[in-house]
Design a protein around this ligand. Structure first.
Ligand code: MG
Length: 458
């Protein structure tokens, strides 16, 4: 059976030509346009949505289809062209749009594509709002305009400039430029190459870019994990670079390779960025329940605090706004600085990490060893909703002494580590994330979960 089209909080994702076609994209445009019109009735000026795409071969086709849907609903469209997700998010507010749409399937392989939705505040819709848009898409009761009131399409090419200006404003450009960092950049032939090279040039770096052509034909599997970045690790070593940066195709996630050519793990991206921010001020940080305790250690040392949220960028961004957080993000390499936008942004991550290196005069491997670290294990297994509930109930009994957070599945905090059991929203899968001071300690928790799982699933 063909895979189902996934429609979640952040938008839709499917396989191009199979379950994601131009006509589906057009209807999604109609649905989003209809939703915005209903939500913003009484707004005098005509509604506008800005739209961008990553580099996938199907990107232009789907963007054109979505644009058609929006125009039919009477919404003006500002075409940003080939841009990253954080760039598009910044432009929603910069241009005063009522929403934004980004044609991207993020870190998924190139046969996939998707459409991310952003509201006028640059954030993904909250769950109840996302549900309304989804219903509108399925009901197909679109509020189409008369042909005289169709939306008009204009384009805007200022995205890179606006984004770079905002990122430069949060660091000391001269201090970074004085170091003339030798940097390797791997943009996986996604949307990140062009704007990131411009940023690194502004920061006075000596840049070697690999996979920087936005062809959408990904040079390696696009998720920025250790096994996919062996080429970057090698290039850092042979090029004697001081740091290697890897982006996913829509450039909201960032992974780092140290000067020895070692992949340091995505959890360190947020930790390093936070290390710099907390060296300048103290306050609150926000991250999801599956992210490393390294952030808590860094915040605590600076007299700060960490707010934990359910997994998902929108949840973290919402908490950041509510708690006026000075930094936030997710352990998958997503860094958010509200001074730039409420969206995970690899350019923000790059700028903050280079600032930390410039200010401390330390190499990336020295900074990583100063932060220290934990042993982390991420696993998943198939479990339907009822099995998942039974597993969570047994886990609550087994770990009755732990501090429990049930905002997103169950997160158990122990003195020597933590365990997060969460149920996927889109598939019958339970995820198990464990972090502990060392591997044997983590093993203890992993084995306890395996025993519970066997009881329920056997
Ligand atoms: Mg992404």
């Amino acid at each position: 059976m063909a895979e189902e089209l996934i429609i979640s909080i952040s938008g839709m994702r499917g396989i191009v030509g199979e379950n994601l076609t131009a006509s589906i994209a057009e209807e999604y445009g109609c649905a989003f346009g209809t939703f915005l019109k209903k939500r913003l009735t009484g707004k005098k000026e005509k509604l506008s949505v800005c739209i961008g795409r990553d580099s996938r071969p199907s990107g232009e086709m789907l963007k054109t289809a979505v644009t058609e849907g929006l125009c039919k609903a009477g919404v003006d469209v500002i075409d940003l062209g080939l841009v990253t997700t954080p760039c598009a998010g910044i432009m929603v507010r910069e241009l005063g749009c009522s929403g934004g749409m980004v044609v991207t399937a993020s870190h998924n392989p190139s046969q996939y594509n998707g459409i991310k939705l952003l509201l006028g505040n640059s954030m993904a819709p909250p769950p109840d709002t996302a549900e309304q848009i989804k219903q509108c898409f399925f009901d197909k009761h679109f509020a189409l305009a008369d042909s005289n009131d169709y939306g008009r399409v204009t384009s805007n090419e200022r995205t890179d400039t606006v984004h770079i200006t905002k990122v430069l404003a949060i660091v000391d450009k001269e201090a970074i430029a004085a170091r003339k960092f030798n940097v390797l950049l791997d943009s996986v032939n996604g949307a990140g190459g062009r704007v990131t090279k411009k940023l690194l040039d502004e920061l006075g770096c000596v840049v070697t870019a690999i996979n920087d052509e936005p062809t959408g034909v990904f040079a390696h599997a696009p998720e920025p994990t250790a096994k996919n970045l062996t080429g970057l690790c090698e290039a850092v070593k042979t090029g004697r670079a001081e740091i290697g940066f890897a982006q996913d195709p829509d450039a909201d996630r960032l992974a780092i390779v140290d000067e020895t050519g070692t992949y340091i793990g995505e959890e360190y991206t947020l930790a390093l960025a936070a290390k710099y921010i907390f060296s300048t001020k103290t306050g609150k940080a926000a991250t999801n329940l599956s992210t490393s305790r390294m952030l808590d250690d860094i915040a605590e040392e600076a007299g700060g605090q960490v707010v934990r949220t359910p997994v998902g960028e929108a949840n973290v961004a919402k908490a950041m706004l509510e708690h006026n957080c000075i930094i936030g993000g997710e352990g998958n390499g997503g860094v958010i600085d509200l001074r730039v936008s409420p969206i995970r942004d690899s350019l923000v991550g790059i700028a903050l990490v280079l600032q930390l290196m410039a200010e401390t005069g330390k190499s990336i491997s020295e900074l990583v060893s100063e932060i220290g670290g934990y042993y982390m294990s991420k696993d998943k297994f198939t479990a339907d909703k009822s099995q998942a509930r039974q597993i969570l109930d047994l886990a609550k009994e087994a770990f009755a002494d732990a501090k429990l957070d049930t905002a997103d599945g169950c997160r158990f905090d122990f003195d020597d580590g933590w365990l997060h059991l969460r149920v996927s929203n889109t598939e019958p899968v339970m995820r198990v994330i464990v972090e502990a001071k060392d591997q044997p300690t983590a093993r203890k928790y992993i084995d306890a979960v395996s025993n519970i799982r066997k009881k329920i699933l056997s």
